[in-house]
Design a protein around this ligand. Structure first.
Ligand code: HEC
Length: 173
């Protein structure tokens, strides 16, 4: 009675040990090569920026703070639950774009690039939480944090973008 049970347990432990060895034995190179073929990274960096990240970010920036127009200061924050839900969804796009930028086949290195990509997701999550709480001040701060991640990465990887991009958007506007 006892024997089959304990040998079964031994076999299970042995299997567990084997699978742990198998996992730790995989070399990082072969892993990232396999992974690279799983994901569709056919959108180039410009497309990812201009078609996915920028539109979502613009909506966030256009939904925070105030603008001065002929009627005086106009508040930009959403005023309805639907409005907040909409900007929260845009913030979610930003969280996931951070992941997209970090994909094998897309990331430019395993260093600063990953830090900026994660910073993007972090700012996106902060904006999501602020939108959920409908916290205007916190939402504005998340937008500013987001902006600083964009400019930091551009400065590091493509300083020419910085100038073009600075003309186009500013959270302070
Ligand atoms: C991890 C790095 C990184 C982050 C973070 C990043 N970008 Fe970029 N971005 C780039 C690189 C690299 C390019 C240059 C792409 C090229 O021209 O090949 C670029 C280019 C752009 C362009 C120009 C695209 C075009 O049509 O030429 C825009 C617009 C842009 N980014 C917007 C943003 C915005 C908005 C954010 C933040 C919400 C952001 N980026 C965050 C790396 C980044």
């Amino acid at each position: 009675m006892n024997k089959p049970n304990s040998s079964l347990r031994t076999a299970c432990l042995a299997l567990l040990a084997l699978s742990l060895i198998a996992c730790s034995g995989e070399s990082p190179e072969s892993e990232s090569m396999d992974e690279a073929s799983i994901y569709d990274t056919s959108l180039n960096m410009q497309e990812l920026m201009a078609l996915v990240l920028e539109p979502a970010s613009d909506i966030l920036w256009d939904s925070g703070g105030w603008v001065l127009d002929s009627a005086g200061y106009e508040e930009l924050y959403p005023t309805t639950d639907d409005g907040w839900a909409y900007v929260r969804a845009q913030a979610a796009v930003i969280v996931e774009t951070g992941n997209s930028l970090a994909l094998p086949g897309r990331r430019e290195d395993d260093d600063a690039w990953l830090i900026y990509s994660q910073g993007l997701s972090e700012a996106g999550r902060r904006a999501m939480a602020a939108a959920e709480a409908q916290d205007e001040e916190e939402f504005f701060q998340a937008g500013a944090q987001l902006y600083s991640v964009c400019t930091a990465c551009h400065q590091a990887y493509n300083p020419e973008i910085l100038n073009r991009f600075d003309d186009a958007v500013s959270p302070a506007d």
